[in-house]
Design a protein around this ligand. Structure first.
Ligand SMILES: [Zn+2]
Length: 263
């Protein structure tokens, strides 16, 4: 069976301390004291499975990211009803907001036929945090009641070819998804490896729950990816969200190669 992997580009944003996603052009620099981040939910098609990894921010910020998400699916011949599974790397709103939307004035599931796979510990933790924004509170309640939530644990296999690990680092219970389908190996490690910069530079990031653990996990996952030829799916990358590590150059830096074709 043929595998198809496509990033669904929702745009590029300047994200400052207030965590708002301010849209900028792909080539623009970010605003002062801000990060430049894109959002790329991933569509993975294999046999009867149409999987989304991290559906983006949805209707939870100043603009709706739902039209771009649906348009992206449409470009690949799919509608939201066709999505069978949603994998969540971690539960920050820029990764889960797309689970439900208010395009018609009331909350609806974006993928009414999908099973949503996520961390039980992280969901329980999120539900104990009071949300300052009532829209986020409503969103969480709606998803809790209406979505088909399926909680995963270390080394669970939602189905043949897919394994999950709890890696922590970015959030306390961040997950990594290992997908071995159609002769390819894919790895999504959420925001532990959210951009190619996470491969190319070593650092402990302030935005992480535990920056040191994040870097440790990156070292392990990079070594594994080189050994086993994993392709990275990096949600926030501005240029090449789907890439593999090709080699190390003479300065010991990793050379990355975009992957666009899955034959
Ligand atoms: Zn993120």
């Amino acid at each position: 069976m043929k595998l198809n992997v496509k990033p669904i580009y929702l745009g590029t944003f300047s994200v400052g301390l207030d965590k708002k996603f301010n849209r900028i052009n792909r080539d623009d620099p970010p605003h002062k004291a801000s990060l430049k981040l894109s959002m790329n939910p991933f569509l993975i098609q294999f046999g009867k499975k149409n999987i989304i990894i991290d559906p983006g921010l949805g209707d939870l910020d100043q603009e709706s990211h739902i039209p771009a998400l649906l348009e992206g699916l449409h470009e690949h011949g799919l509608s939201n009803d066709d999505i069978t599974d949603v994998f969540l790397s971690h539960l920050h709103f820029d990764h889960i907001g797309g689970l439900a939307h208010k395009q018609n004035g009331f909350w609806e599931l974006t993928f009414p036929n999908a099973t949503v796979w996520l961390s039980r510990q992280e969901w329980d933790k999120l539900k104990t945090i009071p949300q300052k924004n009532p829209v986020k509170e409503q969103f969480l309640d709606f998803v809790d009641i209406h979505a088909d939530l399926n909680f995963v644990h270390e080394n669970d296999k939602p189905f043949e070819g897919v394994t999950v690990r709890v890696i922590g680092g970015h959030t306390e219970f961040s997950l990594a998804w290992f997908i071995n389908l159609g002769g390819y190996r894919l790895l999504n490690a959420g925001d532990v490896i959210g951009t190619k910069g996470h491969i190319q530079r070593k650092f402990a990031a302030k935005y992480d729950f535990d920056g040191k653990t994040s870097q440790q996990r990156r070292d392990e996952l990079i070594a594994m990816a080189i050994d086993e030829d994993y392709i990275f799916l990096a949600f926030h990358d501005n240029e090449i969200p789907v890439f593999r590590i090709k080699e190390k150059n003479e300065n010991n830096a990793y050379i990355l190669q975009e992957v666009t074709e899955f034959s």
